[in-house]
Design a protein around this ligand. Sequence first.
Ligand code: PPS
Length: 568
Amino acid sequence: FSWDAHGGTLVNLVVDEERAQVLKDLSQGIPSLTLNGRQLADLELILNGAFSPLRGFMTSADYESVLDRMRLQDGTLWPLPICLDVTEAEARGLEPGQSVALRDAEGFMVAVLHIQDIWPADKEREAEIVYGTTDTAHPGVDTLLHQSGTHYVGGTLEGVQLPLHYAFKRLRHTPPELRTLFRKLGWRRIVGFQTRNPLHRAQFEMTLRAMDQAKANLLLHPVARRARPGDIDYYTRIRCYQAVSRYYPPNMMLLSLLPLAMRMAGPKEALLHAIIRKNYGCTHFIVGRDHASPGKRPDGTSFYPPEGAMELATDLQEELGIGILPFEEMVYVMEEDAYMPASEVPPDTTVRSLALDDFHRRLREGKRVPEWFTFPEVIEELQRGYPPRHKQGFTIFCTGLSGAGKSTIARILYARFLEMGGRPVTLLDGDIVRRNLSSELGFSKEHRDINVRRIGFVASEITKNRGIAICAPIAPYAATRRQIRRLIENYGGFVEVHVATPLEVCESRDRKGLYAKARAGLIKGFTGIDDPYEPPEAPEVTIDTTELTPDEAAQEVLLFLERAGYIK
Ligand code: PPS
């Protein structure tokens, strides 16, 4: 296997200083697009050559060709679309032939895109072809269908400056930098290992065996982003890799971070991972069972066959130009105190294995994790990042009609948590928020969504910092509540409390006299009267306050928290 890049030449799209200045001057007069984290990750890998031979975001011709036959128009093997998505409004402001500045969230210009075409995405079709499903339980499909723009913009790129990273700078390399480093170290055979999880003993053993098989050194090349909701946050994960590095034989492995936006596309994504490693200078690449797996469907079935990635990558390894090392699952054999491939386990021995999801669950619930599973340093690091539930932050999100009793329950909970002590508590009641955070907003769908998302953002920050946030807006829209749940569950608990007091009861109480006004037509768009309320589908707690005292209602929430382990 050669050190050539995929498609022949290693691309570097970052221009020299002189040209960068020309582009900066040009940027004054052209439109800008602000990219999100996922788009910036793609952009970085195009600019630095990790996605060689790509020289920009795909045009519709390459996109169609990749969907049809997993090849670029020129015939080069390429498994997945790499496209820049924009909203319909953004698309309307752009046209082919124009240039546009691509900026990060802080406004720094990373690159200029010379637009060749703009087209509306047929996302259902793309999901079906790329992921083999339109089921949004698949995180890649969910991103495509629910979290990306309606149109694609294709064209060539000129890089002004690679996206900035402030953390773990020492561990970040471009493909030429890694290649130079390999040469300097005298490494001619390098096996790449892709991962989005901490390295436990099973994966550690797998990499050692791979090094042995390929007579190669190891590039430990983890993804430096959260790949899938529920994954361990990447800062914690990287501290784990640093700890495990010490277990490798001296000077035989190198740790480098890859800013890849994973699609979780299984076998096809394995091909992309192999191409990237080839471009970074690896000669071999490890593909395991369930490589780039999107997790299971709610009914427990898999999206892709577990061996699918190994088979596809092995079949195409000549064309990929990188040696594929397929690995079956490694299991722990108690009598031997060793890990081995499941098929090599000696008869009459005791095998142990623990699925990663179960390991994470044990960690979050503060249960003991078995020593055979991982390294003591990894356990320590993970426990630091993921304290047991009674030390984690959480958000109580009360939702329901006006007058249902949300605020009263919220106030009682607030007082009870302060009485218990131990965590900082913040009350984000509807009225408090509308006075302080959202005073300019009204009650249209758009304004309610903005209001509720602001509450969600503040609550997520509080949860991240291990406090308790108690929210009590009407929050009438299910999709908005779902977004907030997704955000907060990255950091701690999300407890949705549906205060399900029926409209008749709320209206008969009419504490603020608003229902009477709404019935009289003095207030328009009042929730429950002439504006919708979408009840939660699966709230953690449901309370109808018709027959309960406020203390009894709050008690239901406290009992749930105690059962779930959030309070002791
Ligand atoms: S939302 O939908 O979540 O943004 O609403 P929220 O911020 O909780 O504000 C609800 C309170 O505002 C008063 N109010 C109205 N409610 C519903 N619809 C209309 N049109 C409206 N206009 C004013 C009302 O007092 C709500 O208070 P609560 O505490 O829910 O009774």
